[in-house]
Design a protein around this ligand. Structure first.
Ligand SMILES: Nc1nc2c(c(=O)[nH]1)N[C@H]1C(S)=C(S)[C@@H](COP(=O)(O)O)O[C@H]1N2
Ligand SMILES: [Mo]
Length: 203
């Protein structure tokens, strides 16, 4: 009897998917939910987003005000530090560039603490929040973002591990230095570039 190798499914590993960063696997249709907190009950009408700290014009936006800004979309991949990646996801919202432009970052601002309505925090370099690479997303796959995935709105910074994409985002506080957020204080890497496998401090 002959056993055909094709049945093992190993053919996939012969030609690795170039969309997959090192050490990651394809989650397929699954969209795992990960959160340190209980999903908050946060109505769109009660949600606000604020930019303050080292800015010329600290300000807040309501959900309605955000909806009036130019729509910006992301179609691409996301990568969680626990190992799953998801290809070709579609988020829509507004560009962080547009919001920052209204607040006017001070010349000395280099980093931001992103904080959630639940108290979750994560730190990012301003360079990673600008250049069309970061969004405040309130739609997923053409529908309002589900509460468990961060709805009414989450930060989306898909070129970094997904823990940087703070769910139930409340604001960005701009600083002239880097201050560790929740996971960063607990041993995770400051930047979290999946292509360099920056999972933990020291990677
Ligand atoms: N507020 C908040 N945002 C968060 C987290 C969290 O615990 N709390 N977890 C992060 C992590 S580790 C991941 S992988 C993603 C998970 O997003 P998802 O539940 O939509 O898949 O959210 C990120 N944003
Ligand atoms: Mo994660």
């Amino acid at each position: 009897m002959t056993i055909t190798r094709g049945f093992t499914g190993r053919a996939r590993t012969a030609r690795p998917d170039r969309r997959l960063p090192p050490g990651q696997y394809d989650a397929g249709d699954a969209f795992p939910v990960l959160a340190a907190e209980v999903t908050p009950r946060l109505a769109a009408a009660d949600w606000t987003f604020r930019i303050d700290g080292l800015v010329a014009r600290p300000r807040s936006w309501s959900h309605e005000e955000m909806r009036e800004l130019p729509r910006a979309e992301y179609h691409g991949d996301i990568h969680c530090v626990t190992g799953w990646s998801k290809f070709g996801v579609r988020f829509a919202g507004v560009s962080v560039d547009d919001l920052l432009a209204q607040a006017g970052p001070a010349p000395e601002a280099t980093h931001a603490i992103a904080y959630s309505h639940t108290g979750y925090t994560t730190d990012l370099a301003l360079a990673d929040l600008t250049g069309g690479r970061a969004w405040i997303a309130f739609e997923y796959d053409g529908r309002p973002l589900a509460p468990e995935h961060g709805g009414p709105a989450r930060l989306l910074v898909p070129h970094l591990y997904f823990w940087k994409s703070a769910k139930w985002i409340a604001g960005l506080h701009l600083l002239d230095h880097d201050e560790p957020g929740f996971w960063e204080r607990n041993g995770y890497h400051r930047r979290g570039n999946p292509w360099r496998e920056e999972r933990y401090a020291g990677d």
